[in-house]
Design a protein around this ligand. Structure first.
Ligand code: NAD
Length: 460
């Protein structure tokens, strides 16, 4: 089978460099057909009783749980991520649908006392929403968008990244098996330059929710502006891991590799700038080197693997370009032979104005930057166009809160490197994007507020 333009999309397994699957490559015609299907199914989906919509979402969560093993293996092979991580992500996909299954019955409005009658507000769905997602956390990021969009009564066209479309395609099948009506969730697999662009420009698409690079995000915002299309953007990051000398350095060093080499560094929340208070720098670098040497880079399907390959040969080349002229303080061996392997690398010392310290690398490369006091830590942490994530490690609670308020990012952790939970808002400051996903308010991004005034006084 081919797409309408006759093309096929070859999906490569990053750990072997072999063909994992071939799928028809969608073009503009398939996007138009998917939007038409979503538009046709919208009135009926919107009218589904909220409790029934909730039941369908729970049925989809159950179907994902039943397919957990299959989806995890597919994600691990297609995205090159360790199987244990893939299991966690697919677990989160099911949890996301469960969490937003509660939303249809909680989309309440307000009544507002006004002269001459009653004003009330409703949360109305937008219509057809277009979702465009990246290759690093393929199904998890898609679920963050699909679940609140469907819960609020919208219908969806999802365009996953062309490098990792397989779990999204399977989700489309599971949705039908779980009883979602045809046309409510549509998946089109094709290039961003044709399919993605068509979704952004399509007159029947009310909103685009995008996760990806800041560069593409800017072009999407510009493309959507012509029709005042709603847009939310989750973009790049260059997050800081700020470590004070009074922190539990063992714990900070144990957590630091996962915070930047997790998902092979292909993580918008990667804490790739490790800011360490000057008196603790040498000890921290030694501790982190020891922890890095406990990493195992290799076959994603091996239970002992902690880091897999990068997504592609081209991406490996882009990541490697950052290392020229830098001082390597620690690195980890990788397998020989096929696979887009890249050694987790700690750079120290580094120039704070160098490319490694200022640009998003999106690979397993971290740099250590010393600082002298709180004010300097905040200044360096904020000296970036991005503002997505970050951590603060200190034994001083008041200082932790001062830093947490001073660092310009959407999410931040104290004495931890976690960023994402289904029940808490996630999103960026500055060029890391706008809008929030996850948490109790994510449905706001998929609804409009309508105010209705009901006159009780004949004169009004
Ligand atoms: P990308 O921007 O290249 O692609 C993302 C998606 O956009 C893909 O589906 C792609 O096909 C599509 N696309 C590309 N050009 C398009 C266009 N002109 N019009 C419409 N769609 C288009 O990003 P990527 O390489 O897949 O992912 C890596 C980037 O994503 C990194 O910058 C990373 O920081 C970011 N990211 C951000 C978050 C977050 O939540 N903030 C999460 C994950 C990844």
């Amino acid at each position: 089978m081919t797409g309408s333009d006759g093309g096929r999309l070859v999906v490569i397994e990053p750990a072997t460099e072999e063909v994992l699957a071939e799928v028809p490559r969608a073009g503009v015609a398939e996007v138009d057909a998917a939007v038409a299907a979503a538009k046709a199914s919208y009135p009926a989906w919107r009218a589904v009783d909220p409790a029934a919509r909730a039941s369908l979402m729970l049925a989809l969560a159950a179907a994902i749980e039943a397919a957990h093993g299959e989806l995890s293996t597919l994600e691990a092979r297609n995205a090159g991520k360790p199987i244990a991580d893939a299991r966690g992500e697919i677990g989160m996909v099911a949890a996301t649908f469960r969490y937003y299954a509660a939303a249809p019955e909680r989309l309440t409005g307000e009544t507002i006392p006004v002269a001459g009658g009653v004003a009330m507000t409703f949360r109305e769905p937008l219509g057809v929403v277009g979702l465009i997602t990246p290759w690093n956390f393929p199904l998890a990021i898609a679920a963050w968008k699909i679940a609140p969009a469907l819960a609020a009564g919208n219908t969806v066209v999802l365009k996953p990244a062309e490098l990792t479309p397989l779990t999204a395609l399977r989700l489309g099948e599971l949705a039908l098996e779980a009883g979602l009506p045809e046309g409510v969730l549509n998946v089109v697999v094709g290039p961003g330059s044709t399919c993605g662009r068509r979704l952004v420009e399509h007159p029947d698409v009310a909103k685009i929710a995008f996760t990806g690079s800041t560069e593409v995000g800017a072009s999407i915002a510009a493309g959507a502006a012509a029709s005042i299309k709603r847009v939310t953007l989750e973009l790049g990051g260059k997050s800081a891991n700020v470590i004070f000398a009074d922190a539990d350095l063992e714990a900070a060093a144990a957590a630091a590799p996962g915070a930047v080499f997790g998902n092979a560094g292909q993580d918008c929340c990667a804490r790739s700038r490790i800011l360490v208070e000057r008196p603790a720098v040498e000890e921290f670098v030694d501790l982190m080197r020891d922890k890095m040497l406990q990493m195992r880079v290799g076959d994603p399907l091996d239970e002992r693997t902690t880091m897999g390959p990068l997504i592609s040969a081209g991406h490996r080349q882009a990541v490697a370009s950052f290392l020229a002229g830098e001082s390597v303080a620690a690195s980890v061996p990788v397998p020989d032979g096929s696979g887009f392997w890249f050694s987790p690398t700690l750079l120290y010392p580094t120039d704070p104005s160098s490319r490694v310290a200022t640009e998003e690398i999106f690979g397993p490369v971290a740099c250590v930057i010393p600082f002298d006091d709180e004010a300097e830590a905040i200044r360096i942490a904020n000296d970036t166009i991005y503002g997505l994530s970050g951590s603060i490690w200190t034994g001083d609670g008041a200082r932790a809160l001062r830093l947490a308020r001073g660092v310009e990012t959407g999410v931040l952790s104290v004495n931890s490197n976690s960023s994402v939970r289904v029940s808490t808002p996630f999103g960026g400051f500055k060029q890391s994007g706008y809008g929030r996903e996850l948490g109790p308010h994510a449905t706001d991004a998929y609804t409009e507020v309508k105010t209705v005034f009901y006159a009780t006084d004949a004169k009004m």
